[in-house]
Design a protein around this ligand. Structure first.
Ligand SMILES: Nc1ncnc2c1ncn2[C@@H]1O[C@H](COP(=O)(O)OP(=O)(O)OP(=O)(O)O)[C@@H](O)[C@H]1O
Ligand SMILES: [Mg+2]
Length: 263
């Protein structure tokens, strides 16, 4: 399988009034085409910085980011992004919000075609009938569904998500996980998902990368062998519980606090 995303020895520091703040240190990771890579790590270790580097919004001090066999040197429209707070425009309807990237990337596409594409996605995430509503008329979970549709409406090669479900309650979050699987079945994009939720990383990820504390480097990779179909009940299977324990131990190590010390 070809690697759609390749991060090779990426190192980055921010310049601050107190001197350079090293955030990423010789980070390497690969995401094969069509796979979802979940990234977890201590708070403030550099996860959002990593998403900005992949999107070409930041240039690494050293190392390279490659997407689809091309080195990333600037932002590109083959990358879709989704964040914790869906930034939907209140003066546009849900449908108009979702077609926004098409207006930029494919201005010549006939309006009816743009709308048909958006409506197809909205139906897939369970928002049929809400296309003419304004964002404020929707719940947080529904807004996040709409924002996922907007992130992939122009069929980007890569979808980068930075804690997209972080602000949702636990049950809504589980619904959204299932929506993500439905979307990926229909739209085979490659994805990087930043999350603090280990269950989410195992439920959605093909691999989970644990970053060390800042400056972050790759501390651990888990290849997710989910037992059976990806349904919520599967998270309670022994195989999943074991994976969650492993990840939890790794996060503790990343935080500089070992399980031994806790005993
Ligand atoms: N533009 C910037 N200038 C200076 N420092 C920055 C900048 N952006 C981020 N930082 C710092 O870099 C470090 C990493 O930030 P980043 O947002 O990537 O962490 P994170 O892992 O996403 O954190 P969280 O888990 O809280 O979302 C933090 O210490 C942050 O304060
Ligand atoms: Mg962050």
């Amino acid at each position: 399988m070809t690697n759609l995303i390749e991060i090779k020895g990426v190192t980055h520091a921010f310049q601050t009034p107190n001197g350079p703040l090293p955030v990423l240190d010789d980070l390497n990771m690969e995401v094969p085409e069509g796979e979802l890579c979940a990234v977890v790590g201590p708070s403030g270790c550099g996860k959002s910085t990593l998403t900005r580097l992949i999107a070409g919004l930041l240039k690494p001090d050293a190392g390279e980011v490659w997407l689809h066999g091309e080195q990333v040197r600037e932002p590109r429209n083959t990358v879709g992004m989704a964040f914790q707070n869906p930034v939907l425009l209140e003066w546009r309807t849900i449908l108009q919000n979702v077609i926004l990237p098409l207006e930029i990337v494919a201005p010549k596409m006939p309006k009816a075609e743009k709308e048909a594409r958006a409506l197809e996605l909205l139906a897939l995430v369970g928002l049929e009938g809400f296309e003419d509503k304004r964002p404020s008329a929707l719940s947080g979970g529904m807004r996040q569904r709409a924002s996922l549709c907007r992130a992939i409406v122009h069929k980007p090669d890569v979808l980068i998500m930075d804690e997209p479900f972080g602000a949702l309650d636990a049950f809504t979050r589980e619904d959204l996980w299932q929506t993500m699987h439905a979307l990926r079945e229909k739209e085979p994009f490659t994805s990087v998902l930043i999350t603090h939720d280990l269950r989410e990383s195992v439920f959605l990820g093909d691999q989970v990368i644990v970053l060390s504390g800042r400056p972050a480097t790759r501390q651990f990779i888990l290849d997710v062998a989910f037992p059976g179909p990806r349904v919520i009940d599967g998270l309670f299977a022994t195989e999943c519980v074991d994976m969650l324990h492993t990840l939890r131990d790794q996060i503790r190590i990343a935080q500089g606090r070992t399980t031994e010390e806790e005993k």
